[in-house]
Design a protein around this ligand. Structure first.
Ligand code: MSP
Length: 508
């Protein structure tokens, strides 16, 4: 079995600071990475910045800066945001890194040598914010439907990639689940959309520009530069040493990627253009592309003009880092589109974190202190069937992560806590304290076990809270070891339940 796991986010445009759309994808990738690290020795989580092209050029010009100087500032802000959100990426690739530029040159030259690139005339309507040509049928009132801007007419002699040549092979690899090289596009609805479009036909694409200096020159014709999307897609292999000829490259260890995570706005590039480029050089395709939902804010697309752009930092100020990570990923199902609002975040925060998980940890540990001075011992014949039964809920945790269903994974944590609160209500420890201390000790022990497993799942989603809970219940077991062995229930290993810190204070 492959003892490595490779997950990527899109590399975000360095034209502006990040907003919560970008945070959404990156936090999801971080949760998956943290959980995978429990059982896989080599996990590589890649993110980065997309720095070439007209969009960046224009943004830099507006600020009176050179593109690279401008990108350096934006990249610092990206890294800062990721640090604030506790994102533990393995590597941050910039398309201006030398290693990336060398990879792009090597790859494009190989495509050219292969006969997959040719020269032809091109006329089309180019949308700068999308960094792509739009067909007249895609326009709404002559405007780009995503950006409400007028695309610019471009007419030039460009180099083309023979994309159409790979159409049939792609359809076969996407549809045939038994194929060794099966390429999965998830969720299924998105796969069907891509297949539907592919079946209508596929044109070759222009991969160079004549008048755009802020880009990588074509290695075989320096008068033209490489189309920013072709440049950007190659980050997934440049970051792991594709251009490095030595034997022991990361490329051998990590390619093909296990999952490219992104949203529907860029699915076509990842599910058609990128795999076709790989097929052209006979490289294996990534195992899957997962397109999560796209969200609107209070019913509207986030936009600077409307003034409704939310930044993760705004949420962190109100809720803290852990809760922000949790709230983003529970706002709506992971594969579907949805709407978010500050009111919804507040409601979910209070319902799931303050009143459910936070309250459960606090009431149980307080009672352990009050009735047993923190020393709750293991009951006879433990685990009892009730606990074994409820903890079966942990069984699909690994599968949810492998299927990129971060929301379902988090749902387990919420359900465990809801069950725990009901268990306490039902058993009324305050009554037992008057009549049966042994029964009371058993109830509290079981509740502490539930807390232990909530912390184990939290270690991927809310890492700081997981550590706090672990300390409160005085756990000695290694949390990763516990996560690796979810199927084998482990008892409490500490001997002194501490006074809890308030994990998630209620927000009014
Ligand atoms: N630079 C390209 C990607 C190149 S990858 C080889 C790009 N960058 S981007 O900055 O525009 O980022 C797009 C990605 O940001 C989406 O695919 C998604 O991952 C995330 N999101 C941006 N806005 C979003 C929402 N409103 N909702 C959900 N995700 C969003 O495209």
């Amino acid at each position: 079995m492959k003892d490595s796991y490779y997950i990527t986010t899109p590399i975000y445009y360095a034209n502006d600071v990040l907003h919560i759309g970008h945070t959404y994808t990156t936090v999801a990738a971080d949760i998956i990475t943290r959980w995978k690290k429990n059982s896989v020795n080599n996990v590589f989580f890649l993110t980065g910045s997309d720095e070439h092209g007209s969009k960046i050029c224009e943004a830099a010009k507006e600020k009176n800066k050179e593109p690279l100087a401008y990108c350096n500032e934006i990249v610092d802000s990206f890294k800062n945001t990721w640090q604030q959100l506790n994102i533990e990426y393995t590597s941050f690739i910039r398309t201006t890194d030398t290693v990336h530029i060398l990879t792009v040159e090597k790859f494009i030259q190989a495509l050219y040598d292969n006969g997959d690139i040719y020269k032809s005339n091109y006329e089309g309507l180019y949308c700068v914010p999308c960094e792509k040509f739009l067909s007249p049928t895609e326009l709404v009132n002559d405007l780009c439907p995503d950006h409400n801007t007028k695309p610019v007419k471009q007419c030039e002699e460009n180099y083309f990639f023979r994309l159409s040549k790979y159409r049939d092979q792609l359809i076969e690899l996407i549809t045939n689940k038994n194929h060794l090289q099966h390429f999965d596009i998830l969720p299924e609805q998105r796969r069907n959309e891509v297949l539907g479009k592919l079946k209508l036909g596929l044109d070759d694409i222009s991969i160079s520009r004549t008048n755009l200096p802020w880009a990588i020159p074509l290695p075989f014709d320096k008068s033209q530069t490489i189309y920013v999307w072709i440049d950007a897609l190659l980050n997934y292999i440049s970051a792991i040493g594709y251009a490095d000829d030595s034997e022991k490259t990361q490329f051998k260890k990590f390619w093909p990627a296990d999952v490219h995570l992104l949203a529907k706005d860029i699915l076509w590039f990842h599910s058609v253009i990128w795999p076709a480029m790989l097929l052209a050089l006979k490289l294996p395709l990534p195992a899957k592309v997962f397109s999560h939902g796209f969200f609107t804010v209070e019913g509207q697309k986030m936009s600077k003009t409307i003034g409704n752009v939310l930044h993760a930092e705004d949420l962190v100020k109100i809720y803290g880092v852990d809760a922000t990570r949790f709230l983003l990923l529970t706002a709506f199902p992971f594969g579907s589109d949805g709407d978010i609002s500050l009111a919804l975040f507040k409601e979910k925060y209070n319902a799931h974190l303050a009143n459910n998980i936070g309250n459960f940890v606090s009431r149980v540990t307080n009672m352990a202190q009050k009735y047993f001075n923190g020393k709750v011992t293991i009951p006879e014949n433990w685990p009892d069937p009730e606990i074994t039964e409820i903890l079966k809920i942990l069984e699909p945790a690994d599968t949810h992560i492998s299927n990129v269903r971060v929301d379902s994974f988090i749902e387990i944590m919420i359900s465990l806590s809801s069950w725990g609160n009901l268990y306490i209500d039902k058993n009324a420890p305050w009554q037992l304290a008057k009549t049966d201390m042994k029964a009371l000790e058993k109830v509290l022990y079981n509740a502490l076990i539930i807390i232990k497993y909530i912390a184990v799942l939290s270690s991927a989603v809310m890492p700081e809270s997981a550590v706090k809970i672990w300390k409160t219940i005085d756990e000695k077991q290694d949390i990763q070891e516990c996560a690796r062995n979810l199927a084998k229930l482990s008892p409490l290993t500490g001997s002194n339940v501490n006074k809890p810190e308030i994990l998630f204070p209620k927000i009014l």
